[in-house]
Design a protein around this ligand. Structure first.
Ligand SMILES: *[C@@H]1O[C@H](CO)[C@@H](O)[C@H](O)[C@H]1NC(C)=O
Ligand SMILES: *[C@@H]1O[C@H](CO)[C@@H](O)[C@H](O)[C@H]1NC(C)=O
Length: 267
C-alpha cells in the first residue's frame, strides 16, 4: 500500500498535523528533513472517552512561513475589506434537501470529525469547509495563515426523524477535547477551535443545555463557542471524505453507519 513512499517519510508525514498534509507533496520531504518533529508532552491532556489518540509530534507552521516555505504567499493578497467580511459573516443561505436539516461543528482538524459524523445513522451527507471568518471564498492556504479567523467546520445534513440533534451533539463532545482553546492535541490555531454553530433556536437551546451537561463531566472549563451558523465555504475537493477515500496513503477507513473502528485522523 505504501508503494512509492519510503517508510520513514510515511512515518514522519503520518504524525504531522493536517495543516501540513496538503496537496503540495513538495512540502513533506523538505519539512521532515529540515525540521525534525518536535516532541510535545501531552500526558496530562486527557481526552474524553473514545476520542482519538492525539498525535505526538508537530512542526510549527511559523517556521515554514518564516523561511518562505509555508502558505504565506497569498497572505499579502488577502484583503479583508468590509464587503468581503460582510458576506463571510452572513448566514448560510444553502438549503438542505427536503425534510433534512443542517448542523455545523468545529472540533479540530475536519478530516476525522467528518468521518465520525459520516458514521452516524440518520446523517445523510457531510461536507468539510470553512466558516466564521472574515474573507469571502477562502482557500485552505488562506485559512492556514491564521489571519482570516475561519474555523475548520463539518456541515452535517441529517434527517431529524432518524437522528436527533442530540445524537450529533453527543458525537461532537466525544470527538474532541472542548477545554483547549484554539487547539486539539498538537493542532494549534484558531482554525481548530471548538464550536457549535446553530441554524435554529431549537439547536441553540439544545447546544447550550448539552454544554452544561458536558461541563458536569469535566473538571476543566469548556471553551466551546456556540454561535449562529454563518456562510459555509466548502473546502477543496481533496479534503472531502478524505479519510474514507484513503487519506494520504490509501488506507481507506470505513464510513459505514455505526462503525466503531478507531479513526486515524491523519489517514
Ligand atoms: C497530571 O496532573 C496531575 C494532577 O493535575 C498530577 O498529579 C500529575 O503529576 C500530572 N502528570 C503528569 C505526567 O504531568
Ligand atoms: C473569530 O471568530 C470568533 C467567532 O467564531 C469570534 O469570537 C472572535 O472574536 C473572532 N476573532 C477575531 C480576531 O476576529
Amino acid at each position: 500500500m505504501l508503494t512509492g513512499i519510503s517508510t520513514s517519510a510515511a512515518a514522519a508525514a503520518a504524525v504531522l498535523p493536517c495543516t501540513l498534509l496538503v496537496s503540495s507533496s513538495r512540502f513533506s520531504p523538505l519539512t521532515s528533513s529540515l525540521f525534525p518533529p518536535r516532541k510535545i508532552s501531552i500526558q496530562n491532556s486527557t481526552f474524553p472517552a473514545n476520542s482519538r489518540q492525539p498525535h505526538m509530534f508537530t512542526t510549527p507552521m511559523s517556521w515554514l512561513g518564516k523561511l518562505g516555505l509555508g502558505f504565506g504567499n497569498r497572505a499579502s493578497e488577502i484583503t479583508m475589506d468590509s464587503s468581503s467580511s460582510a458576506i463571510a459573516q452572513g448566514p448560510d443561505d444553502d438549503v438542505p434537501a427536503p425534510g433534512q436539516q443542517f448542523a455545523q461543528f468545529g472540533a479540530g482538524c475536519f478530516w476525522g470529525v467528518e468521518l465520525a459524523f459520516q458514521r452516524v445513522p440518520g446523517v445523510k451527507k457531510t461536507e468539510v469547509g470553512y466558516s466564521q471568518g472574515h474573507i469571502h471564498n477562502p482557500t485552505y492556504n488562506d485559512i492556514c495563515t491564521g489571519t482570516t479567523n475561519h474555523s475548520e467546520i463539518v456541515r452535517v445534513q441529517y434527517d431529524p426523524k432518524e437522528c436527533g440533534y442530540e445524537n450529533l451533539l453527543d458525537m461532537f463532545w466525544s470527538r474532541h477535547d472542548p477545554t483547549t482553546l484554539n487547539r486539539q492535541g498538537n493542532d494549534v490555531g484558531t482554525q481548530y477551535r471548538s464550536g457549535i454553530y446553530y441554524y435554529t433556536p431549537e439547536q441553540e437551546k439544545a447546544a447550550r443545555e448539552s454544554l452544561e451537561k458536558q461541563q458536569q463531566l469535566l473538571n476543566r472549563k469548556i471553551v466551546t463557542e456556540i454561535l449562529p451558523a454563518k456562510k459555509f465555504y466548502r473546502a477543496e475537493e481533496y479534503h472531502q471524505q478524505y479519510l474514507e477515500k484513503g487519506g494520504r496513503f490509501g488506507f481507506k477507513q470505513s464510513a459505514g453507519k455505526g462503525c466503531n473502528d478507531p479513526i486515524r485522523c491523519y489517514g
